[in-house]
Design a protein around this ligand. Structure first.
Ligand code: HAM
Length: 429
């Protein structure tokens, strides 16, 4: 006998089960309201893009592209990739759709699945969802401040408490090359104390050593020169203004001179929002972002400034669940149950149910059950106040029996008056 395969989700991928949906719904609702308030427009880009978009945009030497990207050749011979993040896709869309002709800045937001072939661990998946906020066409530091404020607002609104915002500036093409030299010479003299990955990074991108989570590298990092001390005048002035905005907004930020973030397109401001929980549980960074003034040009567009942020939706939902942060998205409370008995009543009940839906009155039912007793048990479990009983006699004579579960009273209502009467009853409560 052949063995039947029991299929499972792929490593690092997961179902979002019904019990998690209310949390996701609450997060989506919060995102909708905040992006709407700040006048961001929704955009959706394809899950598949040319792999080169990310090699060029995110950076061919980044972990995301070098180690984690799901890349494959199509039947037509194109090398494509499942998006590991949104920013290059949105910059591509900005260029492709001539958005530089729109009034600037163009503020866009999106959300959806992203893919990174990472080693799965707490808060780290191979398919995960991000929301991404992107502002293109404005270099003013108020935009950086606004994006940090929005990132903070999303979490705050969901009930997160001990939020920390870390910020840094990593300069631009004017000051960073010089800083890289200083940093290289610092690390070169301590090369033996670095992990093998960082010994390699020393050659390609010494800034990434600052991002390394290995303990031995952290120790070396502690004495490393800080880019803040080597910013050019323009980057320095920009960063100073960003911090002034954060002060004005009274946001709880700290300067982390070693925050660099592992993506190649960043210039000037970078930031991350995390939650320091009392229990010590950590999902890692919840929202990360920064400025990317060179990205649009790098991808073939005009010289266009950009700044954005992205949040990991699973990480946020996991914390909401763990702490019973209110999902607030409970199914609307149902006060009416529609019970039916017999074929004709069942058919007519389905029509009545649809009338309730059009009138936006929540009604519970269990059409699949035939026994009235079983249906009343369900109604009891739901704790509804009113049960509408649609039996054979009722169906023949076009009326319905209403039972008040609190008082036990029963009365008959003409079928064409039921919706209006029930509407009046629930709005009274
Ligand atoms: P990122 O830091 O690579 O930045 O990702 C942003 C957020 O996505 C992280 O802070 C984390 O919450 C979530 N995330 C990343 N990888 C995973 C994973 N494997 N599993 C679960 N969650 C994950 C970006 O992607 C940039 N595009 C952010 C940005 C937008 N910068 C400017 N604009």
């Amino acid at each position: 006998m052949s063995k039947v395969t029991r299929f499972q989700t792929l490593t690092g991928m997961h179902d979002i089960l019904p019990e998690d949906q209310p949390y996701l719904k609450k997060l989506n609702k919060t995102l909708d309201s905040i992006t709407n308030y700040y006048n961001f427009q929704r955009i959706d880009t394809p899950v598949l893009e040319m792999a080169d978009l990310f090699s060029k945009g995110t950076g061919s030497g980044t972990d995301i592209v070098e180690k984690e990207m799901y890349t494959f050749r199509t039947k037509g011979g194109d090398i494509v990739a499942l998006r590991p993040e949104f920013t290059p896709s949105i910059a591509r869309s900005y260029i492709e759709n001539g958005m530089h002709n729109l009034p600037q800045p163009v503020k866009l937001w999106t959300s959806g699945p992203c893919f990174r072939h990472e080693k799965p661990q707490a808060g780290r998946y191979r398919q995960f969802s991000q929301f991404s906020l992107e502002v293109l066409g404005e270099q003013n530091p108020s935009i950086d401040g606004q994006l940090i404020q929005m990132s903070y607002d999303v979490l705050k609104e969901l009930g997160f408490k001990n939020l920390t915002i870390e910020v840094n500036s990593i300069g631009d093409s004017e000051c960073r090359p010089y800083f890289k030299k200083i940093l290289t010479s610092y690390f070169r003299s301590r090369k033996a104390s670095l992990c093998t990955d960082c010994q390699r990074r020393l050659k390609d991108n010494p800034l990434r050593i600052l991002d390394c989570k290995e303990e031995k590298c952290q120790r070396v990092k502690a004495g490393a020169p800080q880019i803040i001390d080597h910013l050019c005048d323009n980057c320095h002035a920009h960063f100073k203004q960003v911090l002034e905005f954060l002060d004005e907004l009274e946001l709880p930020y700290t300067l982390n001179p070693y925050l660099v973030r592992g993506l190649d397109y960043y210039t000037k401001t970078v930031f991350e929002v995390t939650e320091k929980s009392e229990t010590g549980e950590s999902q890692g960074t919840l929202i990360g972002g920064g400025r990317y003034d060179g990205l649009v040009k790098l991808l073939g567009g005009r010289d266009t400034a950009g700044c954005g942020a992205a949040g990991g939706m699973e990480r946020i939902v996991n914390l909401m669940k763990g702490r019973e942060l209110k999902s607030g998205a409970k199914q609307e409370e149902t006060k009416i149950f529609l019970a039916q008995l017999g074929q004709m009543a069942k058919r007519k009940s389905m029509k009545l149910f649809e009338e309730f839906r059009t009138a936006k009155i929540p009604v519970a039912e269990s059409f699949s059950k035939d026994s009235l007793k079983a249906q009343l048990r369900t109604a009891d479990k739901l704790g509804v106040r009113w049960v509408l009983i649609f039996g054979q006699k009722e169906a023949l004579e076009d009326f319905i029996t209403l039972r008040d579960m609190e008082t036990g009273d029963q009365k008959e209502i003409k079928l064409d008056k039921v919706v209006a009467e029930m509407k009046a009853k629930i709005s009274k409560k």
